[in-house]
Design a protein. Structure first.
Length: 120
């Protein structure tokens, strides 16, 4: 599942020509946003019933300065329960990745604006 916050892809394309200092600050914002989303997903997973260890399966990896992968990791305890986000052919999803991402989006956008303003 891929989640793209509006404008993130365009920002990534624009960052190719900016100073390293700005790229580093943007990476920090993306990393903090990913951490916040991961923590929110963990909180929601803890309330999912009989899957008490599923919350510990969540993590995030920075794929680039502007991209992070967030969610359950298959190799961790109850990691394969990621189907709680996608559902199966018989059951719909129990949890949503959209809620945590939607809650983080305003903070993420504000942090990016501040980084750009402070750098310029």
């Amino acid at each position: 599942m891929r989640l793209d916050i509006d404008g993130a892809r365009e920002l990534a394309d624009d960052l190719d020509d900016v100073p390293k200092e700005l790229r580093d600050k943007v990476r920090q914002v993306v990393s903090k946003g990913a951490l916040n989303i991961k923590n929110d997903m963990q909180r929601e997973a803890q309330s999912a019933g009989d899957t008490r260890h599923f919350a510990r399966a969540h993590g995030y990896d920075m794929l680039s300065d502007t991209e992070a992968e967030i969610g359950p990791e298959l190799g961790r305890v109850q990691g394969p329960l990621g189907l709680l986000y996608t559902g199966t052919s018989r059951h719909g999803p129990v949890l949503s990745v959209n809620g945590p991402a939607d809650r983080e989006e305003p903070r993420f956008e504000l942090a990016l604006i501040r980084v750009v303003e402070d750098t310029l």
